[in-house]
Design a protein around this ligand. Structure first.
Ligand code: AMP
Ligand code: GLY
Length: 438
């Protein structure tokens, strides 16, 4: 079979690495991809938002299955255009993609179908926003309705902060059209986790849980980023919590979207807060998380390709996937300065994949996220998040140690990374291993 993966980050490298290993995979393409992906797939020089060119390529090459990584082309109708051209695609329609594309839509779906989430209101004028914020008090959360490159959410600890966020979006146009309407919602307290499922419109096949680290610096300090590391499974996702997520959020969402006439087909990513009252939905994403995907796919024992085909064909019920019980953990190496301004083109030297023991370590993989080839043909950094060093281990601590040992072999003077990815889970492991008697 011929597969086409769309995207160019670490998530797409992990998808290509996984699909390339499938016995079903005869040829694998990635548009536009990156130099790491080029080891697993043929790169196609078409951008993720060039829908017409992507469809033309898929039709001309008789692609059997398209797998879309990022949200933006999905929100813009890429999956609809592929399906209209007769190309099987893993990814939701533009209608269903509104679950991520519009916070207001997402909240209204939750309210209508009784899916647990923070109490909220929708506003499109500063006067309304001010009245609600003054009335409700802080802490309170202000969100742009539309996609704002991960910067549209303000968790305000004071009324002043919340008012400033509302003013910037509604009056100053800081986020353009994405911020012309806001959702203002209750602050939820608890531990966050991500939960992933493959959906075919009717059936959701649970994949795995994960936790990521959004802040740039150690100790979860510093500015928000796209994610500086992640691990799977999330220890906070006990069997009881998982059952609640499936019963009260995941399955009701599939039923809701079907009832709305926009069945959800693709990867559904639930951002969940585990509160004292049980799991509550923070957000939907309509795709794999990046870098959560890298950790999750390293735990997959089964072949991913037939699962993705079953997803596109609407036959996921009775489908099952097997997973390694081990933890997988990924550390993001980023360009110094990220998420602010950073230098591009700085040279990177990767170690010999064979490793110190002479054979490649099956438990360690370095996925490329933002790399390019420099003028001399050598590897160079091309983005903020550049490499995702991913490792498996019997414990979180073991996976963590393996990932950092691999990072020590990578020579990239302009790179930085967090030294504490997985700290919460490692602390939990240590507490279980050394219970303190009271
Ligand atoms: P989002 O872009 O919706 O993922 O929001 C970004 C981050 O803001 C989330 O990952 C949470 O850490 C935080 N957040 C969003 N909504 C809430 C809420 N209602 N209560 C507390 N934290 C929130
Ligand atoms: N790592 C969070 C995301 O992909 O949205």
């Amino acid at each position: 079979m011929k597969f086409l993966v769309i995207g160019s980050g670490g998530r797409e490298h992990a998808l290509c690495w996984t699909l390339a290993a499938s016995p079903l995979c005869e040829s694998l393409y990635c548009a536009p991809g990156n130099p790491g992906i080029a080891e697993d797939a043929v790169l196609v020089d078409i951008g993720v938002n060039d829908i017409d060119a992507l469809v033309r390529f898929a039709v001309d090459e008789k692609i059997d299955l398209v797998v879309v990584g990022p949200e933006e082309p999905l929100v813009n109708g890429l999956a609809d255009a592929m399906r209209a051209a007769g190309i099987k695609t893993v990814g939701p329609s533009a209608e269903a993609a509104r679950l991520e594309g519009s916070k207001g839509y997402m909240k209204d779906i939750c309210r209508k179908y009784g899916i647990p989430t923070a109490a909220y209101t929708r506003v499109d004028s500063y006067a309304e926003a001010e009245a609600f914020i003054q009335d409700h008090g802080a802490p309170i959360v202000v969100k742009t309705d539309g996609l704002a490159a991960g910067k549209g959410v303000t968790v305000a600890m004071t009324i002043e902060e919340a008012l400033a966020a509302a003013q910037e979006a509604l009056e100053d146009g800081k986020f353009g059209a994405a911020g012309r309407e806001l959702v203002i919602e209750e602050f939820l307290e608890g531990e966050e986790l991500s939960y992933f499922a493959l959906c075919d419109g009717d059936t959701a096949l649970p994949l795995a849980s994960a936790q990521d680290h959004k802040r740039a610096y150690d100790g979860d300090q510093g500015p928000n980023t796209g994610g500086m590391g992640a691990y799977s499974p999330a220890p906070v996702c006990t069997d009881a919590v998982e059952k609640q997520i499936i019963d009260t959020i995941l399955n009701p969402t599939l039923a809701a979207m079907k009832a709305e006439g926009s069945p959800f087909q693709g990867v559904l990513f639930l951002g969940v807060m585990v509160t004292d009252e049980g799991p509550k939905l923070i957000e939907y994403n309509i795709r794999f998380g990046d870098p959560e995907c890298q950790a999750i796919l390293m735990r997959l024992m089964s072949d991913l390709a037939p699962a993705l085909l079953a997803c596109a064909d609407g036959v996921l019920s009775n489908f099952d996937l097997r997973w390694y019980e081990e933890t997988a953990l990924t550390v993001v190496m980023a360009s110094k300065g990220y998420p602010g301004a950073y230098e591009k083109g700085t040279p990177i030297t990767l170690p010999d994949p064979a490793g110190p023991n002479g054979a490649p370590d099956p438990d360690v993989v370095t996925f490329h996220a933002g790399t390019t080839l420099g003028p001399d043909g050598g590897l160079a950094a091309a983005g903020g998040r550049v490499l995702n060093v991913t490792a498996r281990g019997h414990t979180v601590a073991e996976a963590q140690a393996r990932a950092y040992a691999e990072i020590a072999r990578i020579d990239w003077p302009n790179g930085f990374w967090r030294r504490d990815i997985g700290w919460r889970a490692v602390e939990r492991e240590n507490a279980l291993a050394n219970p303190v008697s009271k």
